[in-house]
Ligand binder design. Structure first.
Ligand code: PPE
Length: 307
């Protein structure tokens, strides 16, 4: 079923519209020039009904993404947070994925977006395991991309910008065509940056290591995992990471709203650890899924019930 042809409701410029009517003109500025930002937020089924995971953090990043690119959002963070909950409710989702998007309109053509107009849409739909069924237990196989992640002065990576994802698509397609599940990109200095749609972690000698996120997105899932690791007494290091360090890591995993916490068991046809999900990855997955399902009272504040 096409994403455009569904029953349901999409919040579009301040009000819910029937799903099929949430459409734009072909001369929409962002379609041509790529100035736009988005978010991805998961709603999970909890004992209190559907709840959005870390809604304030995602909403804040949405506002900051727009700020970085000079897009003036015509809504407050309170309005945007309320709208995201409204979309989950209106579509009667017990769980799902919420996609806020801000883009420049069809007011004018030409690189200068002044006068194009800013639009905001929020859709939500059910979305299962991002990297395939069974990936959470079995783990996935990745390759280092031949494409570099953006230099920090090419595409500013603190902004979750639509244009960043052409680079992600190149990397992901290359990896899939070569028989891998996902790509990990290096930065322009050759150090590990991130997955096409995920942050990367590795485990060495019981310590959790995350690459510096200079040319990666500051992931909300990543931040949650770092907090959970600290509670588990696992030391966390942030520093530059090389691709060969991934080859000799005891464990590697990816984090993201869509990918959640996905183990990596092979990098560039080299087995990671013993080729199976490692114990620290399994422990952090368990903690993460307890939090998102509302089964960990310590992190009840990470959930915003939509009702
Ligand atoms: N890096 C990239 C490039 C990225 O796209 C994501 C999320 C992350 C890191 C992790 O960020 P966070 O979700 O805050 O933990 N990728 C989104 C888009 C996936 C898609 O295919 O669309 C997501 O997971 O929602």
């Amino acid at each position: 079923m096409s994403m455009a042809d569904r029953d349901g409701w999409i919040w579009f410029d301040g009000a819910l519209k029937p799903w099929r009517e949430a459409a734009v003109h072909v001369l929409t500025h962002t379609l041509h020039y790529g100035l736009g930002v988005f978010e991805g937020v998961r709603a999970y089924a909890t004992p209190r009904g559907a709840a959005l995971f870390r809604l304030p953090e995602h909403t804040r990043r949405f506002m900051q993404s727009a700020h970085i690119l000079g897009i003036e959002l015509p809504y407050s963070s309170e309005q945007l947070a309320a709208a995201q909950a409204e979309v989950v409710r209106a579509n009667q989702l017990a769980q799902g994925y919420v996609r806020p998007l801000a883009f420049m309109g069809a007011g004018k053509m030409g690189v200068d977006p002044e006068g194009a107009g800013v639009h905001v849409a929020i859709a939500a739909w059910p979305w299962g395991a991002y990297l395939g069924d069974g990936a959470m237990e079995r783990g996935i196989r990745v390759r280092i991309s031949s494409f570099a992640r953006h230099h920090v002065n090419v595409q500013m990576c603190r902004s979750k910008s639509v244009s960043t994802y052409a680079n992600s698509i190149l990397a992901h397609r290359e990896a899939r065509a070569d028989g891998f599940d996902e790509a990990i990109l290096l930065d322009t200095d050759g150090f590990v940056a991130e997955g096409s749609g995920e942050n990367v972690f590795l485990v060495r000698d019981g310590r959790l290591i995350e690459p510096e996120v200079a040319s990666a997105l500051e992931g909300v899932t990543r931040r949650s995992i770092i907090a959970l690791a600290a509670e588990e007494g696992i030391a966390v290091e942030t520093r530059r990471v090389t691709r060969d360090e991934l080859y000799i890591a005891d464990e590697v995993f990816l984090t993201g709203t869509a990918a959640e916490v996905t183990p990596v068991v092979e990098v560039d046809r080299r087995r990671v650890g013993d080729g199976r999900r490692g114990p620290i990855t399994a422990r952090l997955q368990e903690r993460f899924f307890a939090c998102v399902r509302g089964a960990d009272a310590r992190h009840a504040d990470w959930l915003t019930p939509v009702a």
